[in-house]
Design a protein around this ligand. Structure first.
Ligand SMILES: [Zn+2]
Length: 399
């Protein structure tokens, strides 16, 4: 419930949360698997304490040490870093990063130029749909295009989602490899001053882009109606700026200005005008062959923070960490369930600890489901890790 959460109470609540609700066992198993063949102790953890004191290069060897560290330091935020060749330490300048999950960070603030319902730190159920689309597109691409299987989806606690890929091939990917994956998945380019940020060329579209467009199409009209991208004068101007062909732009402008403000209506007429224009002006086709697709992508395709993906030892907030500002748990969710996720049903530390809170029962239940989702990913990762070790062992015997 809004208003019940008080940041000042965090220091009292967190020790109980870490003992009673944080899935320490599964968490250690997940990190161990993701660190293998290095020991768990070579993995960097980092804590943000009350008053923003920041502790880096922490590590644990087992669940008992994690519990002790939690009780001793009471982190307000927990981040996960890379796996080193030695136990991470601030004094060891010669330590080398050996592995790290391939991670993705998508934040709704990067949608501020398109979303109209909220800005900055605010989120609502309407703009959450951008995250639903992002999650579905990325999950599919990671599985179908890269063959990854161990993919963990986590709500960041406020306005975004994180994705952790733990497959061995992903964990051991070097920096250029990570950069290549990020670039492959990144279709929206350019800063604030660039209007048109998507360019698909005129060749046949890559299957990955086709697939992404099919996913966007499932949500596009709904999002269009929620966000009313083109309802205001500014919104309409934004659409017109994306049309590179001047004659077409003028035609569209004339047509759309006369229409009622409904974005869906305006969009349908835009597509009609565009199609008619292409039929009459075959010569113009090359330049604007995928204009409709480019606009859909610009408004709905995932906006990745590529630096997080590219960096080998970029710290990322841990699953089940509490967001200090909202009190919300960074829950693990299933990608096919993202659509049904309600932001106000995400458990908060307060509702978990206070049985008398109005939404306590529901939040406790959702917490259990989230831990179960986490377990499923970890168990399947353990299985594939065991298989990998067996295969490696066989290869070395053969040799
Ligand atoms: Zn919103």
């Amino acid at each position: 419930m809004v208003g019940q959460y008080d940041e000042n109470l965090l220091s009292d609540m967190l020790p109980i949360y870490y003992t009673k609700f944080f899935p320490q066992n599964v968490f250690c198993r997940w990190l161990s698997c993701g660190s293998s063949p290095q020991p768990l102790a070579n993995r960097e953890l980092s804590f943000t304490l009350a008053d923003d004191v920041y502790l880096r290069y922490l590590s644990i060897s087992n669940q008992k040490e994690l519990q002790t560290l939690f009780q001793k330091k009471c982190p307000h935020k927990l981040d996960i870093g890379a796996v080193y060749n030695t136990k991470p330490s601030i004094a060891r300048h010669d330590s080398v990063v050996l592995a790290r999950e391939l991670v993705f960070d998508i934040d709704l603030t990067d949608y501020d130029e398109v979303r109209t319902c909220c800005q900055e730190a605010k989120v609502c159920q309407k703009c959450w749909k951008f995250m639903v689309v992002a999650c579905e597109i990325l999950d599919k691409a990671l599985k179908d295009d890269f063959g990854f299987q161990s993919i963990l989806w986590v709500f960041s606690g406020r306005r975004g989602i994180h994705c952790w890929v733990s497959d061995y091939e992903a964990r051991t990917l070097d920096s250029p490899g990570r950069g290549a994956v990020a670039d492959y998945l990144c279709l929206i380019m350019g800063g604030e001053n660039q209007s048109k940020k998507v360019h698909l060329g005129s060749d046949n579209l890559h299957t990955s882009i086709r697939r992404a467009l099919n996913i966007i199409d499932k949500y596009f009209e709904e999002i269009l109606q929620d966000q009313e991208f083109f309802a205001t004068a500014d919104g309409l101007k934004g659409l017109l700026k994306l049309i590179p062909d001047e004659a077409l732009r003028t035609q569209v402008e004339k047509k759309l200005e006369k229409l009622p403000e409904s974005s869906l209506e305006r969009w349908k007429h835009f597509v009609n005008v565009y199609e008619g224009y292409c039929r009459e002006n075959g010569f113009a086709m090359r330049k604007i062959k995928y204009l409709v697709e480019e606009i859909k992508i610009q408004y709905c395709y995932p906006r990745l923070d590529v630096n997080v993906t590219k960096g080998f030892n970029h710290l990322l907030k841990s699953p089940f960490s509490i967001h200090p500002k909202t009190g919300k748990v960074s829950i693990v969710f299933k990608p096919n369930n993202a659509r049904r996720m309600k932001l106000d049903e995400v458990p908060t530390i307060h509702s978990l600890l206070d049985d008398s809170a109005a939404d306590s029962a529901q939040h406790q239940n959702n917490m259990k489901t989230s831990v179960k989702n986490f377990q499923e990913v970890v168990f399947s990762l353990e299985k594939s890790e065991a298989m990998r070790r067996k295969t490696d062992a066989n290869i070395s015997i053969d040799f």
